[in-house]
Each structure stands twice: as C-alpha cells, then as structure tokens.
Write a protein that binds this ligand. Structure first.
Ligand code: CA
Ligand code: CA
Ligand code: CA
Length: 285
C-alpha cells in the first residue's frame, strides 16, 4: 500500500474541537480519527469523535470534551499501514510509519490562539535514528516533571522498542552526557538518564507512559549481575532509567546489579537528565 504523505500545517481551536490544516490529504474513505492523536500538556489523550473535511486543505476534528484554552496540545498524524495478514488498516509506529507533529500553544488572554510549530526551531543536542528524533535534556528533573516537559515540547520520554534502539540511544547518550550525567543514590550512586517507562500505576506492571504499551520484565535491557537483577523495586522504585555506568558505582561489569547501557528502576523523585523521543525526523541545530 502506498504511503499517505500527510503533513499538518496549522491548528486552531474551534467551539467543537480543532481545525487542522492538512497537506497531502488522505482519501476521505481512508480517513479515520484513529490516525490522529491529540495529547495535552498533562499527557492526557483526547480522542476525536469525528474527522471531516471542511475545505480542500483543512479538517474539522470534533472532540468529546471542550478544550481547556490554558493547555498546550500536541497533535499528530501517523500514516496508516495495512497489515498484510489481516488486511486491517492501522496506524503504526515503527520504521515504516511516518508521523507529523503540530504543537498548539495555549490561547492567550485576548482569545487569540498562539501557534508554534514544533518543527520550526531546530532541536539542540538532538539526533535521529530509524525515522525518529531524540533529544538529550541535560537539565535535571524528577521523572514526572521530565515526562510533562517532553509532552510540552511535542515529544515524549523515550520509549525503547528493541535492543537496537537501546544500543543506538545509549551510544548517543554516552557520547553526549556519559561522564556528566546525573547520579541516583538508590541506583548504587551511579549515573543515569530517564526513559519513559513506569510501574507507578500498578506495581510490577511496567508500561511506556506515552503509548501505554507494556514493557516485559524479561527484556534483556534490564540490569543483571552477580548481586541481583532489575527491576527490584528497592524502597518502592517506579521510574525507568538507563545506566551510563555499571552499578553500584565503580563495580566491574557483571559483578553488581547492572552494566552501563542497561536499565534500572529508580525512585521517581531523583532529578536526572532525560531523553525525549519525537515521532518524526525534525530539523536539528
Ligand atoms: Ca522508540
Ligand atoms: Ca516499582
Ligand atoms: Ca532498582
């Protein structure tokens, strides 16, 4: 199936939802609300009830709830993809998917809508891998503050879908921040950077906070060594970080709980650097 080349060019609030400028429109029959994702600055997903063309190049998205004008939104469109086996058309994130983001700021006091296209300003400290853009933020925050900041910037705390993505991210993070990254006392006092995983809603049930997809505790990225393995929920740890060095600090590879490049569950109140993932290739400074 040919890929739809759809780009979001503008967005504004209306009484019933949003008006979206769209370039390279999907065919009306192929247009479903499922391709659109609208997430507010708190990470709440607003599912559109309907999507209709209001002109050749704009769409009206009707939403269930009135929009809070004080909150910024990230609107994205992910190109549909047909599953070869089932024939079901679905929106996919993966190397074949393309998605475009549009960052709509809060309405200003006089009722005017302020707009800011997330792709307009080149990203600093950023790189691309497999059709996505990643950005290291070396201003430490708690996991929750980091999660919210990633959404505000039009992305999400990185979700690592496979070992290859882990290795690609780790090598970039090591090169950019390895020896300066933030330390976590409850992670053997070693250096870490936040990722988007958490089990704070259901202890032991790890999920990626943005997509909601589950994270198997059997994945090989979790730290393990002679002293034990992660996640260990030590004193109630609910947030996922990638180690920039072995832990405990100074341990030889395999002799502690985990090695550089592996994952540890940490207390979410640690203030750490974090890595944002954007579901598109964006301009880099
Ligand atoms: Ca990912
Ligand atoms: Ca936990
Ligand atoms: Ca741990």
């Amino acid at each position: 199936m040919a890929m739809s080349k759809v780009k979001l060019t503008s967005a504004s609030r209306t009484s019933s939802g949003l008006e979206i400028g769209i370039k390279g429109k999907p065919k009306p029959g192929k247009l479903t609300t499922g391709y659109f994702s609208i997430v507010d600055e708190d990470g709440i997903t607003l599912q559109p009830l309907s999507a209709q063309y209001s002109s050749k190049s704009s769409l009206s998205l009707r939403l269930q709830e009135p929009l809070d004008p004080t909150k910024s939104l990230v609107i994205s469109y992910s190109s549909p993809k047909k599953d070869k086996k089932s024939g079901v058309i679905q929106s996919k994130s993966g190397k074949d998917a393309k998605s475009w983001l549009y960052n709509l700021g809060p309405s200003s006091a006089d009722g005017e809508t302020s707009q800011d296209e997330s792709s307009a300003d080149p990203l600093t400290n950023a790189w691309t891998y497999n059709g996505h853009t990643y950005q290291l933020i070396n201003s430490p925050k708690s996991w929750e503050a980091a999660r919210a900041d990633a959404i505000t910037r039009g992305g999400y705390l990185a979700e690592i879908n496979d070992l290859a993505e882990n290795e690609a991210i780790y090598s970039q993070l090591q090169a950019r921040a390895g020896s300066t990254a933030t330390r976590a006392a409850d992670g053997g006092d070693s250096r870490y950077i936040w990722l988007g995983g958490t089990d704070r809603d259901n202890e032991g049930q790890w999920t990626w906070s943005y997509s909601g997809q589950s994270i198997s505790t059997g994945r090989s990225e979790w730290g393990s060594g002679a002293l034990g393995s992660e996640p260990d929920n030590f004193n109630g740890q609910d947030a996922l970080a990638i180690g920039m060095e072995n832990w405990p600090r100074g341990s030889r590879s395999g002799s502690g709980y985990g090695n550089a490049g592996q994952w540890n569950d940490l207390d979410e109140n640690n203030t750490l650097f974090y890595v944002i993932e954007y579901g598109a290739v964006l301009p880099i400074a």
